[in-house]
Design a protein around this ligand. Sequence first.
Ligand SMILES: *Cc1c(COP(=O)(O)O)cnc(C)c1O
Length: 378
Amino acid sequence: MPAAIPFNKPYFSGLETKYIEEAVRAGKISGDGMFTKRCHAFFEQEMGFHKALLTTSCTDALEMAALLLDLQPGDEVIVPSYTFVSTANAFVLRGATIVFADSTALNPNLDAASLASLITPRTRAIVPVHYAGIACDMGNILALAEQHGLAVVEDAAQAIASYYQGRPLGTLGALGAFSFHETKNIISGEGGLLAINDPRYGPRAEIIREKGTNRSAFFRGEIDKYSWVDVGSSFLPSDIIAAYLWAQLENLTAIQARRLATWQRYAEALAPLRALGVALPHLPAYATNNGHAFHLVTRSLPERTALIAALSRQQILAVFHYQPLHRSPYFAARHDGRALPWAEHYADCLVRLPLYYELSEADQNRVIEAVLAFYKAY
Ligand SMILES: *Cc1c(COP(=O)(O)O)cnc(C)c1O
């Protein structure tokens, strides 16, 4: 039996532990130490965020965004149903009402054409999720948001160094949230980032991230003592986390190039499945690809179940993920009852293949051959 091929393997450059040791020896391992500052500067200078703030997760970055928008109970936030729990939960914590949007037929991203019908006088924000790092239809989303005076918060958890018409994802909305969870392209175990593109949110974001205090301004010497000035929580990561992240950022270009090459090999080798009606990832002309994930969309749930089982028999771990949030145990009774057929279709039929930096060509060929063999026999 050949060795198992996992679904994911966290990237490790080797310098992570060296930088962690440097952080420890520098004697300041709480938040906003030297590695955090380096990461902030990188994101602001290389990615063009007006202001970057590391957080302990993308979930935390989204919760900061919800606090920054000052949402009140009854305010409505439009979120795709086919996404991770945190995209919606961050706003539920503020008492907001979630209005779920469907995905498009071509990819799991939020269907911008359906948005106009979801906007009411109580709508405050739209939260597009760039699924697999592929941009949503931001032109139409931003235009509608502007027309109705709504904030756009990008869930860019999977979208590091990917672009919409040449503009980095996470810079298009007023706020953008990224994840450095070990399943993402650039990682720190757990970790995240809030990108602040509307400068009005900058000063308050620092306060919310520091337990509602103006400690950041105090450390910069702008004030002579710090106080409790607003609501907040503890959203900033230890400098140990930032040290790990810095080693990853130094290798960003190499990581993206390698993941993209692996993605391309899947796309080319599996393209013949399209003739059977199996869908491959769809990239609109306005979007780039950051090689975050490669998926197939099978024709039915039984077909997906059989495919995952066939791969598993050959020690290959392929996975499905999101259940549509409008049908989740927490939300089902709260949903307004609208059918969201594409979200349900992806929940039933989307399957992700192994894709990670160290995946060898030989192992990838094993995955490709197993998928093609399955469809020859199915
Ligand atoms: C991974 C992910 C999150 C959550 O990220 P954490 O850093 O684990 O909190 C949120 N949204 C999407 C779309 C994700 O893929």
